[in-house]
Design a protein around this ligand. Structure first.
Ligand code: NAD
Length: 496
């Protein structure tokens, strides 16, 4: 069985210690094992990153960017290998994994613009012979702690930008699908990144807690579930670290009576069931305005769902694959059962699905639940599975109130032909990322990604312009070069 170790100072190490199985979710078999880093291993990674920082911060930014150009090419050249690794450990079908990788590569492209992004701000003659400028300096060693559901894209949100800004990095990927991060580390080395600048430690809470407490770590980027995001943010702040911690979601789509219903159904299918609903931007609740729209939507969804193909990542004709673990599959099934018990109507039931040749895989079929109400557990929690719930309301205002009252505020969408309604919705809704007839409004790499309310703890969103600010600290320098012979006397009033 393959053992996945850690990547520290430019090489893979496999020290003795605790380990955990890595499953192929389609077969249900433990096919690899991953080492879980001890305190000593994490500290070793931090020490190498700290040592590498001294030279890297002084390396010209164009040289740092050049490594990212090469890295982008290597990601493209090796895309098939990366998507296969994602498939084996996450279960994502190759077309979906390719989309994830492409969104990651776009963040590398953004990072290539570092010479422009880090130019700073300059003001000449702010006073007699006085010039002033702000420059953006790297922080030092920074860390990223990432979730299982985007093993390539979410790390790529973080380390290319952090590194190109002059920082060094320790990544702690999800222990459930760790191979992708290890492979990205190899490609970065191949791209010419000097040893020690990018390190990967695999592990669990033990490794994370070392990263959160070691004073050499200056900033923490986290993406994962809300309870852990809150813990990471609170602990990092207590330890005086900069932190952005992105959490879970419950994304609602409002379907207005005037919407193009066939288009809305197509969009909802992909956004609710793509990647088995294991996306923080998945649309998991559809709020139908008026019973007529709701009835039409439910019957069209039901018909369209009968065509969906569920199976292994190896068959590109599948629409989506299995869930990440057996425990998670059971949790999702329990939410469907609980909705049923609390009075909702199961229109399409994905429990007990059989996938030919994969009887032990962690599969659940696409599930549609109608007449869900806000008091139901399945409505309140993030299910993170291929389950779409329909809530019926009388008007848009009621739908917006539901969204605003929910603890999460990651993404949302409205399907309508009415520009006035769409504009009112996007202006007032208390959610960080809004789509208008766009079901997954994931911002492109040159904007920034982040939710509101309990979907994000921190002030700056991930990647894009906010990412540059997150991974740098501003220094403002004011200088005077008086003409020779000009001397000023002492002044005791505040300089103005
Ligand atoms: P998770 O919170 O279980 O794990 C995320 C990371 O935290 C992993 O690296 C894990 O090892 C670590 N971790 C887990 N428990 C910990 C603990 N007790 N102490 C310290 N570290 C711990 O999340 P997951 O199941 O891997 O990912 C799914 C979740 O991530 C969903 O809630 C999803 O919405 C969220 N997510 C959010 C975004 C976003 O941008 N907002 C993006 C992707 C995923």
């Amino acid at each position: 069985m393959t053992t996945i170790g850690h990547f520290i100072n430019g090489r893979t190490i496999t020290p003795q210690g605790r380990s955990q199985s890595v499953y192929n979710p389609a077969t249900g078999n433990a096919e690899k094992s991953v080492l879980l880093a001890s305190k000593t291993t994490v500290e070793e990674a931090i020490t190498h990153a700290q040592t590498a920082f001294a030279d890297w911060r002084n390396t010209p930014v164009s040289k740092r960017a050049r490594v990212m150009f090469k890295f982008k090419h290597l990601l493209e050249e090796n895309a098939q290998h990366i998507t296969a690794l994602i498939g084996q450990e996450h279960g994502k079908i190759s077309h979906d994994a390719a989309g994830e990788l492409q969104r990651g590569i776009e963040n590398v492209e953004f990072a290539c613009a570092a010479p422009h992004l880090l130019k700073g701000e300059h003001s000449k003659n702010v006073g007699p012979s006085i010039d002033s400028w702000s420059e953006f300096q790297p922080l030092g060693v920074v860390t990223g702690i990432t979730p299982f559901n985007f093993p390539a894209m979410v790390p790529l949100w973080m380390f290319p930008l952090a590194i190109v800004c002059g920082n060094t990095f320790v990544l702690k990927p999800s222990e459930r699908d760790p191979s992708c991060a290890m492979y990205l580390a190899q490609l970065l080395k191949e791209a010419g990144l000097p040893d020690g600048i990018f390190n990967v430690v695999n592990g669990d809470k033990e490794a994370v807690d070392v990263l959160l407490s070691d004073e050499r770590i200056k900033a923490v980027s986290f993406v994962g579930s809300t309870p852990i995001a809150e813990y990471i943010y609170t602990t990092a702040n207590t330890n005086a670290k900069r932190c952005q911690a992105l959490g879970g979601a419950k994304n609602h789509a409002i379907v207005m009576p005037d919407a193009d219903m066939d288009n809305a159904v197509n969009q909802l299918l992909g956004a609710a069931f793509g990647s088995s609903g294991e996306r923080c931007m998945a649309l998991s609740v559809v709020v139908a305005v008026g019973d007529e729209a709701a009835d039409q939507l439910v019957s069209k969804m039901q018909a369209a769902m009968s065509e969906l193909k569920v199976g292994s990542y190896q068959d590109a004709s599948n629409d989506f694959g299995p869930l990440i673990t057996k425990q998670h599959k059971q949790r999702v099934e329990a939410f469907i059962t609980s909705a049923e018990r609390q009075g909702a109507k199961i229109v399409v039931d994905g429990r007990n699905i059989q996938v030919d040749g994969y009887s032990d895989g962690f599969f659940i079929g696409a599930t549609l639940i109608d007449s869900v109400t806000p008091i139901m557990e399945s409505y309140q929690a993030e299910i993170f599975g291929p389950v779409l719930q329909v809530v019926r309301v009388d008007n848009m205002q009621q739908g917006m109130q539901l969204i605003d009252d929910h603890e999460y505020g990651n993404g949302t969408c409205i399907f309508t032909r009415d520009g006035e309604a769409a504009r009112y919705f996007s202006d007032h809704i208390q959610v960080g990322m809004v789509g208008i007839n766009v079901p997954l409004p994931v911002p492109v790499a040159y904007h920034s990604f982040g939710g509101w309310k309990r979907s994000l703890f921190g002030d700056l969103h991930a990647y894009g312009p906010d990412g540059v600010r997150f991974y740098t600290k501003r220094k403002t320098i004011t200088q005077r070069w008086p003409s020779s012979g000009v001397r000023e006397g002492a002044s005791f009033s505040f300089p103005s």
